[in-house]
Design a binder for this molecule. Structure first.
Ligand code: ZN
Length: 283
């Protein structure tokens, strides 16, 4: 499932093909993904310029010259592919249409951006740019983890008195937007905090220490995604999926990487999701 760094990598990959470029035509090949598409979506996505391509949490937001914003969520399995970019950065010819190519954007510069999603947990919606922040999916979001509004006092206040495990608190999108299972596991490992510990029982200095760790974990992953973009000539044109080394995520049974720690990475289920951690150095 794409998390914030993957979505940011998709955004950066799409920028040269889409930002400032007129969207000539959009093929909408089915009526819905997770939810029905907005009314007359293909009409509203014809002959409009993409003024800005930004990200909020795991949502891509395309501000259009029509005064509307297109929201795209990749869901569990959504993929974006670019083909035939005349700028020369992407050498991929237009591929044959595939079964799950649900929406295809034809750009004036010749680039084609395809949204493919076999499981259809993805979503698209159109809204007035002016009131985009009030959209039901965006209005519930807390601050961006890499933005200025996410700081130590915010996290300390958000954890205060909370009886839920810290793992759940960090996954709460109202506390911090865009953190998912993988990067929460990695954050708690670096912070030396057990995912089972109650959020409200962690001392303020330890909570404060998580803020720069969250930023670092995400920034490093975005950097790894950037490297994958630079290697793009060899890739197949698919954006946002890249090899990245994790310290605890998906490493059940393997030795802890903390120097001198004898622990073994353990997996537990919390709220139906796997937490990976070292029971020795995460307390
Ligand atoms: Zn350890």
């Amino acid at each position: 499932m794409p998390e914030l760094p993957e979505v940011e990598t998709v955004r950066r990959g799409l920028l040269p093909a889409m930002e400032g470029v007129v969207l000539k035509l959009t093929d909408v090949n089915r009526p819905d993904l997770r939810w029905p598409f907005p009314e007359r979506m293909a009409d509203r996505l014809r002959d409009v310029r993409v003024d800005r391509l930004r990200r909020r949490s795991k949502y891509l937001l395309l501000d259009l010259s029509s005064g509307e914003t297109l929201l795209i969520h990749l869901g569990m399995s959504g993929r974006m592919t670019i083909s035939s970019d005349p700028l020369g950065q992407f050498l991929h010819d237009h591929p044959m249409p595939e079964k799950h190519d649900h929406v295809v954007f034809h750009m004036e510069n010749g680039a084609r951006v395809t949204f493919n999603d076999p499981r259809r947990f993805g979503a698209m919606d159109l809204m007035a740019t002016e009131s985009a922040e009030q959209h039901k999916l965006l209005s519930v979001l807390g601050p961006e983890p890499l933005g200025n509004a996410f700081d130590e006092p915010h996290l300390i206040a958000a954890f205060k008195g909370r009886n839920t495990p810290v793992k759940s608190a960090l996954l709460d999108q109202g506390i911090v937007a865009g953190l998912g299972n993988i990067y929460v596991c990695e954050t708690l490992y670096r912070a030396g905090v057990s995912p089972r510990r109650k959020a409200g029982r962690i001392s303020a200095p330890r909570v404060a220490a998580m803020v720069p760790i969250i930023r670092a974990v995400l920034s490093e992953a975005i950097e790894a995604g950037g490297s994958s973009l630079r290697d793009f000539r060899q890739a197949d044109g698919e954006l946002g999926y890249f090899q990245h080394r994790f310290d605890v995520y998906d490493r059940e049974g393997q030795p802890c990487r903390t120097p001198d720690c004898t622990g073994v990475i353990t997996r537990i289920a919390q709220s139906g999701r796997s937490s990976f951690y070292c029971p020795v150095c995460q307390r």
